[in-house]
Write a protein that binds this ligand. Structure first.
Ligand code: HEC
Length: 173
């Protein structure tokens, strides 16, 4: 009887531990990128074309991380207020995009930038401005704590990313 008791207690303990670990794991998702990591690229003047490529790729990857965390938060129905700084980062970064593609930075260092950027810089810059406009709305909705509005605007912002990538970025696998 005592042994059965012990076995049962251990089993219950095991289940509880699993539950807590699962919760902890769910909590790691949809967490904003900490403000201390939201570094904007220095921008021009660049030491070299490679420097521009490296700076912009780092900033894009950071924005990708921000976007992924937002997606997870939206999917989990989390509070969106903590994402205000992340969304503001997207606004600031999007404003820098036009100056991050100096002549000569079209090749090298694993860049995915397509030549079309330099052939039609006007449209490229317009796509960046469209991204800024969507990200600004996203930031305002985060600040207002409007979960439903944020979820909808997140989709709209994603479309602004895609509208540029489709034309100006090589495929990313
Ligand atoms: C105005 C055009 C434009 C917009 C808008 C834009 N991107 Fe990009 N993105 C690019 C270009 C061009 C590259 C390639 C840069 C390079 O490799 O030098 C890139 C690269 C990236 C990369 C790196 C991919 C890789 O691994 O090579 C990520 C991640 C990314 N963008 C995410 C986003 C997200 C998320 C958004 C919207 C929230 C966004 N981008 C909006 C043009 C844009």
């Amino acid at each position: 009887m005592k042994l059965l008791h012990k076995t049962l207690s251990l089993a219950v303990l095991g289940i509880l531990t699993t539950l807590v670990l699962t919760w902890a794991k769910a909590d790691e998702k949809g967490v904003p990128v900490p403000s201390s990591e939201l570094q904007l690229p220095a921008g021009p003047p660049f030491a070299s074309p490679e420097d521009a490529i490296q700076q912009r790729r780092a900033a894009y990857k950071l924005s990708g991380g921000v976007f992924k965390a937002m997606k997870e938060a939206v999917e989990a129905g989390k509070d969106v207020r903590p994402f205000a700084d992340d969304a503001r980062f997207l606004v600031s970064w999007s404003r820098k995009i036009p100056e991050m593609f100096p002549p000569g930075s079209d090749t090298g260092k694993e860049t995915k930038a397509l030549p079309k950027i330099w052939q039609d810089k006007k449209t490229f810059d317009e796509r960046a401005a469209a991204y800024t406009a969507e990200a600004e709305k996203l930031a305002a909705l985060a600040e207002a704590g409007d979960k439903a509005g944020f979820a909808q605007q997140f989709q709209a912002t994603g479309k602004a990313c895609g509208a540029c990538h489709k034309v100006f970025r090589a495929r990313v696998d």
